[in-house]
Design a protein around this ligand. Structure first.
Ligand SMILES: [Zn+2]
Length: 287
């Protein structure tokens, strides 16, 4: 499966050297890091680029979780340089792709507790998913970072078997042959929720951005939020997970079929009407 190589909208940053060739057939994966600096300014952005280049430890992707600024040092299909080798294993080159992202933040203060992900974050996640990388953490969620040894809680197993054989998302704190504890206890739920629903095939980043723009123009920050508000605005009592899933699906199907937001809300209303009628019926019967 060939995926996105340059993320649409990412700033190109010149690396200290090109990335390494990948020959691994292991499943594709992502590794999350934090740079151990506070995000939010262009000064820290430039300083992180300098630090990573001076150490020759560039990932493919640099991200500021407060400004949604996204940069790319090298194509996604070559090896980055932010991991140490594990004996003779070239850790940075394990997986058909091994996409490393350095988030400007601190392991002790998980960035998902204060971040403001936007369209660049969603473009990053769309690129990740274009390689067939699932929303899973094979070694578990990243452990919480604590100042005192052993630093990670619970202690990361850094399993070689898991790392060499399973695709998905990892933290630097999960990787064998490495001793860093980043990115800390970030919320894996928040991470995937902010990426919105998995884009379907033929649903391009460009189309997705148009949708986000449309939704933004109509007054809310994300599709999920609009969907929630749209369903809420119908004032029908969504009672069960199944009903909620049907309403969500009606909304998503309409958006993905190119309908307008108003039409998508109408589609949700059509799904909700029988539920509403049933609620009224039951309410009357209960007196
Ligand atoms: Zn790291």
């Amino acid at each position: 499966m060939a995926g996105t190589i340059w993320i649409p909208g990412a700033e190109r940053i010149t690396p200290s050297a090109p990335g390494g060739n990948i020959t691994s057939n292991a499943p594709p994966r992502v590794v999350w890091h934090t740079t151990e600096a506070d995000p939010g300014t262009s000064a820290v952005w430039s300083s992180m680029i300098r630090v990573l280049k001076n150490k020759s430890a560039e990932p493919q992707v640099l991200y500021d979780p407060l400004t949604d600024r996204l940069g790319q040092f090298m194509p996604l299909d070559v090896g980055g340089r932010a991991l140490r080798n594990d004996g003779s294993t070239l850790t940075n080159r394990v997986g058909q792709v091994c996409i490393q992202i350095e988030v400007i933040g601190r392991a002790a203060k998980p960035f998902t507790s204060y971040w403001k992900p936007g369209k660049n974050y969603r473009a990053f996640m769309a690129a990740v998913r274009s390689w067939g990388i699932k929303d899973v953490w094979p070694a578990g969620p990243p452990p919480r970072f604590i100042a005192d040894p052993p630093h990670n809680e619970p202690e990361s197993p850094r399993s070689r078997t898991i790392w060499l054989n399973r695709g998905g998302h990892y933290g630097h704190s999960h990787i064998p042959g490495n001793n860093h504890g980043d990115p800390g206890g970030i919320s894996t739920t928040a991470l995937f929720a902010a990426a919105s629903t998995t884009p379907k095939e033929l649903f391009t980043v460009g189309q997705y951005e148009n949708l986000m723009q449309q939704i933004k123009n109509e007054g809310a920050a994300t599709r999920q939020e609009v969907r929630r508000q749209a369903i809420w605005s119908l004032r029908y009592g969504v009672q069960t997970e199944d009903e909620r899933a049907r309403a969500d699906k009606a909304f998503d199907d309409a958006i993905e079929a190119g309908k307008t937001l108003a039409e998508a809300i109408a589609a949700v209303a059509a799904v909700m009407r029988p539920i509403d009628a049933d609620l009224e019926y039951r309410a009357r019967r209960n007196g």
